[in-house]
Design a protein around this ligand. Structure first.
Ligand code: AMP
Ligand code: GLY
Length: 443
C-alpha cells in the first residue's frame, strides 16, 4: 500500500515514523522544505508548497497513492481532500467543509450553540467597534480576542496576558477589523476561561472517536510561561493517559465533547474523517472549549504517536472505512516529554542559517526520539530557518524519567544560536500547574 504524507514539520515526521512502522507500506511525502528525517523514511518525496493542490493530486496519481494523510491545516482549508476524493484517492483527513471546525472560528462557535454541546464559552462576533465595546464591558474586560480565520496560532490576544485595559482590547479589535486579520473584517470575542489547558486528540471515522492520551502543550516562548505565544515549545503526557491536574472524569468530559462535535458535523452533512484535536481549558466548572483543530497537534502528535502499539495504517483505514469501532487501540503506558529546539530569537526575530550539530546515534542511545522540523541541510550541515528546528521526545515509565531522558538527549544537540524551554515537564512547573488548579478550586 502506498501512503502519502503532506507536510514537512516535526508533527509530520512523527506521522511518517508511525506509518513507516506499519506492515507492507511504501511511504511518499510532499513538503515545502526538505525535512531530513522524512526524506530518509520516504521512498520518494516531492518538494512543493503544501497548498499547491493540483500538483499534489498529480503526484499522488503518478505514485499510485492509496491513502493521503495531511499534517497541517492550510491544505485542508483550500480543499485538498475534496480534490483527492474527486481523483478517486482516499484521505485520512477532513474535507474543506468538515475542516471549518478549525478554519472558521465563527462557524465552529455557531455549531456548538446549535447542537448545545457542553463546554461552551460566552462569545459573539463583531464587525462594529461600539457593539464590541458593550460586549467587552459586559464581560468586565475578561476576554479573548480572535480573528475568524487561520493566523498560524499567532492571532489570539487574551486579557491579562496580552493587554491590560479595555481600550487596549479595542485597539486590537479595530486592528483586526480594519486589516481583515484572519481573512474577514470581523472579530470573535470570547469570555476568558481561567484554569489549566490540556489537549485531547482522537481518531474519528465520522461516527465514533478513539481518544488518545491527554497532553499539555506550552505555547509561551519563555520559561515560566512568559513571552509571546508560539506554535508550541514542547509538551508532555503521562503514563495513565491523564495529566497531573486532570482527573479521569475531566478527560471523559473532553472526550464526550469531541464525540458530540463529530455527531453534529455528520448532521450538518460534513462527516469528519481523520484525527481531531480539542484544546480545552480545565476550569472549576469543567473543561471549556478553547479551539478545535482538524488535524493532529504540533507538538502534541509527538507525544501520542510514538505510544501506538496498534498498527497506525490499520487505524487510518478504519477511519476511512467507518469501522473504527472494530479497532482495539493499544498504547504503551509510558510518559512522554517533548522539547523543541528553536533558533535563537524565535517568536520575535529568528536567527536564520545558524549551524546545529546533531548526534543522531547518541540521541537514539538515550531511548529518545528525534523529529526534524524546519531546517536546511547543506551537505551534512543542518542549519536553522526562521521556524522551529527539531524536537526531542523522551519516553519512559514516569514523567520524571521521560524528562530526564529528553534532557540527556538534548545534550547531543549543539549550536551557538539555539533555544530550548528546559522547564517543560520538570517537577517545578508541574507542581505549579497542580497548585493553580487547587487554588482555583479553593476560591
Ligand atoms: P488559540 O490560537 O485559539 O489556540 O489560542 C491561543 C491561546 O490563547 C490558547 O492556547 C489559550 O492559551 C489562549 N486562549 C484562547 N482562547 C481563550 C479563552 N477563551 N480564554 C482563555 N484563554 C484563551
Ligand atoms: N499545539 C497547537 C496546535 O497544534 O495547534
Amino acid at each position: 500500500m502506498n501512503i502519502l504524507v503532506v507536510g514537512g514539520g516535526a508533527r509530520e515526521h512523527a506521522i511518517c515514523d508511525a506509518v513507516y512502522l506499519s506492515k507492507n507500506i511504501e511511504l511518499f511525502s510532499v513538503m515545502s522544505n526538505l525535512n531530513p528525517g522524512i526524506g530518509k523514511l520516504s521512498k520518494d518525496f516531492f518538494q512543493e508548497k503544501e497548498t499547491n493542490i493540483e500538483k499534489i493530486v498529480n503526484y499522488a496519481r503518478l505514485k499510485n497513492i492509496d491513502i493521503v494523510l495531511i499534517g497541517p491545516e492550510a491544505p485542508l482549508e483550500v480543499g485538498i481532500v475534496n480534490e483527492l476524493n474527486k481523483a478517486g484517492i482516499e484521505s485520512c483527513s477532513p474535507t474543506k467543509e468538515a475542516a471549518r471546525i478549525e478554519t472558521d472560528k465563527e462557524w465552529m462557535r455557531n455549531l456548538l450553540k446549535k447542537y448545545n454541546i457542553p463546554g461552551q464559552l460566552k462569545c459573539e462576533t463583531f464587525t462594529n467597534i461600539e457593539k464590541a465595546r458593550k460586549f467587552i464591558d459586559s464581560l468586565n474586560g475578561e476576554i479573548a480576542l480572535k480573528p475568524i480565520g487561520l493566523t498560524g496560532g499567532k492571532g489570539v490576544r487574551v486579557s491579562g496576558d496580552h493587554f491590560k485595559t479595555i481600550n487596549d482590547a479595542l485597539k486590537y479589535v479595530k486592528e483586526v477589523i480594519d486589516n481583515k486579520i484572519g481573512g474577514e473584517a470581523k472579530i470573535l470575542i470570547e469570555e476568558k476561561a481561567v484554569g489549566e489547558e490540556f489537549t485531547l486528540q482522537a481518531f474519528s471515522d465520522g461516527n465514533t472517536i478513539l481518544p488518545l492520551p491527554a497532553v499539555q502543550d506550552h505555547k509561551r516562548l519563555l520559561p515560566e510561561d512568559k513571552g509571546p505565544n508560539t506554535g508550541g515549545m514542547g509538551s508532555y503526557s503521562c503514563e495513565n493517559g491523564l495529566l497531573p491536574f486532570l482527573s479521569k472524569s475531566d478527560y471523559e468530559e473532553g472526550a464526550v465533547i469531541l464525540q458530540k462535535i463529530i455527531e453534529s458535523l455528520k448532521k450538518e452533512g460534513c462527516k469528519y474523517i481523520g484525527p481531531i484535536y480539542g484544546q480545552f481549558m480545565l476550569t472549576i466548572d469543567g473543561p471549556k472549549i478553547i479551539e478545535i483543530n482538524a488535524r493532529f497537534g504540533d507538538p502534541e502528535a509527538m507525544n501520542v504517536l510514538p505510544l501506538l502499539e496498534s498498527d497506525f495504517v490499520d487505524i487510518c483505514k478504519a477511519m476511512i472505512d467507518g469501522n473504527l469501532n472494530t479497532i482495539k487501540l493499544k498504547l504503551k503506558k509510558k510518559s512522554t516529554v517533548c522539547k523543541y529546539v528553536v533558533p535563537e530569537g524565535y517568536g520575535v526575530k529568528s536567527m536564520v542559517g545558524k549551524k546545529i550539530y546533531i548526534d543522531e546515534e547518541s540521541i537514539k542511545s538515550t531511548g529518545s526520539m528525534l523529529f526534524y522540523a524546519s531546517v536546511n541541510k547543506d551537505d551534512a550541515l543542518v542549519k536553522t530557518t526562521s521556524s522551529r528546528s527539531l524536537a526531542v521526545v523522551g519516553i519512559s515509565d514516569t514523567l520524571n524519567n521521560a524528562e530526564n531522558i529528553c534532557e540527556e538527549a538534548l545534550q547531543y544537540i549543539k549550536g551557538d544560536h539555539i533555544f530550548i524551554r528546559h522547564d517543560i515537564g520538570k517537577s517545578n512547573l508541574i507542581e505549579k500547574r497542580i497548585k493553580h488548579m487547587i487554588e482555583l478550586r479553593g476560591m
